[in-house]
Design a protein around this ligand. Sequence first.
Ligand SMILES: [Zn+2]
Length: 161
Amino acid sequence: MSTNAESGASSQAARIQKTDAQWRAELSPEQYRILREKGTERAFTGKYWDTPSSYGEYRCAGCNSLLFRGADKFVSECGWPAFDKAIKGSIKYHADRSFGMLRTEVTCSRCDGHLGHVFEDGPTDTTGVRYCINSLSITYTPLPDETKTKDLATEAIVDPK
Ligand SMILES: [Zn+2]
């Protein structure tokens, strides 16, 4: 049985590059608007905004790369899925000066799909960082316990690189 590269750490996985037509064919129109056109779903409407901390995994809806552990999720009153850490190397950080603000945009390091933004108003008892992610950019898989994810390296970064 061959190993499935998609289940490993995303930083080691090959980058995915597809044409616009391929992405349009694979993603729902709503996912395409967010992942490929940097859209934002309305607050309090996404599938996962109020999903509590869990043992599961959150993966990129575009390429299935592992981005966040369910254990690092928290329910934020902002209305979008929120995490205080990300899987190390799974995310790229970019300065975003749109709408007259300076924010840090986060994208999937494997397929460049837009995920959301990262802010410095996360839980002060952990990292103080809040990854604010569109539900449509991620897919959730529950796991029976934390053994599969607890030893994975994580990061909490706010400044664009
Ligand atoms: Zn991706």
